[in-house]
Each structure stands twice: as structure tokens, then as C-alpha cells.
Design a protein around this ligand. Structure first.
Ligand code: PRP
Length: 196
């Protein structure tokens, strides 16, 4: 899965990345596979409600929704923004809602769209929250998961890639609000955050 970082393009960020662990091509292929799987599983459901978790999931949400369309399944889009209280490492998993859903989801088939499941705390809280809003069903599609970082078990039905517990950025994931626009997922050089 690991590829040497392509420097040929000369993008400003390539020099800050140690390894590209999921390439743009791999992401593209995987999203198509995931969307096909979801479209098949939800064939009987007229329209699925995708709930993207900002900010990290913005890019995955856009590509996943397009692929769902290509696989012939209508979707509707909602976004939530949440933030953990205090230090994530000591977090009880209680999160603060920065942006709530814009509509009632009672009776809807919801799929949470996440860029990454790290400790699982955000998702664990979010699933309880969405279930409390009387969704007909709630499942999760996550592009990335770090099995070695998990603190709470969360049922993630659709997973793109299991990745090592390293500091990754790109394809929505940031360091200090930067690197979200990278088309791939890469390990950030420690010199970038050590010098900060
Ligand atoms: C990231 C990511 C997930 C969450 C996963 O969001 O987008 O929502 O962390 O971590 P967890 O499994 O340990 O809870 P973050 O809080 O960094 O905000 P952002 O999406 O705005 O970057």
C-alpha cells in the first residue's frame, strides 16, 4: 500500500510528506467500490441521507455522493460539524455540536460519511445522537480507519482502508487546518510539526 512520494509534480506540499500511504488512484477505485456496495445494499431504499462530518469529510462526501449517483442511487446530503471537549486523549467521547442537521431525520435511512475513525469517540457519540433522532437506520462509511488507535468499538459497516497509527494528512485531513486539499493521504514529516 505504501508508495514513494511523487515529487515530480512539484506541488508545494509534496516535500512535507514522508510517504503517500493511499494514492489518488487507490482512493478513486475504493470510493467506486464502496458506493457500489452501498447502492446494492440500499436498493430497496428510495433515497439515502448522507450525513457528512465536517470538516474532514468534505472531499470524501463529494466524491462518494457522485459515485452513488453513478451507481444509480439517489442521495440527499446533510452536514454536521462537531468538536471534542478538551483534550481528545482524555476525552469521555462527549462532543459539542458546532453545526447541527438542518432537518428532521426521523424515519430516514442515514449513512454517516467520515474521513477517518481514529479513537472512535466522535463516531460513537454521533451514532447515539442520530439514533436518538429516530432515524430508521444508521450506518457508517469511513474512508480510513486506524485499528491501533481505537478506544471505543464502533460498528463501521463500510471501510475504505485500514491504515497504520501515524500522523496522516490529505484528502480532507489536516494539520493546523492545512493539507486538506491534498489529493492523496500521506504521512506528515515530523519536522513539520516539531518546528511549529
Ligand atoms: C477528525 C475526523 C473525525 C474525527 C475522528 O475530525 O474528521 O471526525 O477526528 O477522530 P476520533 O475517532 O478520535 O473521534 P477533527 O476533530 O480533527 O475535525 P476536522 O474534521 O474539522 O478536522
Amino acid at each position: 500500500m505504501r508508495h514513494a512520494c511523487a515529487m515530480a509534480d512539484g506541488s508545494w506540499y509534496d516535500g512535507d510528506i514522508d510517504d503517500v500511504i493511499v494514492s489518488e488512484e487507490q482512493i478513486k477505485e475504493k470510493i467506486s467500490d464502496l458506493a457500489k456496495q452501498v447502492a446494492d445494499d440500499y436498493r430497496a431504499v428510495e433515497s439515502v441521507l448522507l450525513v457528512g462530518v465536517l470538516k474532514g469529510a468534505f472531499m470524501f462526501m463529494a466524491d462518494f455522493a457522485r459515485e452513488m449517483g453513478r451507481h444509480g442511487h439517489p442521495v440527499e446530503l446533510e452536514f454536521m460539524a462537531v468538536s471534542s471537549y478538551g483534550q481528545r486523549a482524555t476525552s469521555s467521547g462527549v462532543v459539542r455540536i458546532l453545526k447541527d442537521l438542518d432537518r428532521d431525520i426521523a424515519g430516514r435511512h442515514v449513512i454517516v460519511v467520515e474521513d477517518i475513525v481514529d479513537s472512535g469517540l466522535t463516531l460513537s457519540w454521533l451514532l447515539r445522537y442520530l439514533q436518538s433522532r429516530s432515524a430508521a437506520s444508521v450506518e457508517v462509511v469511513a474512508l480510513l480507519r486506524k485499528p491501533d488507535a481505537i478506544q471505543v468499538k464502533v460498528p463501521v459497516k463500510y471501510v475504505g482502508f485500514d491504515i497504520p497509527n501515524e500522523f496522516v494528512v490529505g484528502y480532507g485531513l489536516d494539520y493546523a487546518e492545512r493539507y486538506r486539499e491534498l489529493p492523496y493521504v500521506g504521512v506528515l514529516k515530523s519536522s513539520v510539526y516539531v518546528r511549529a
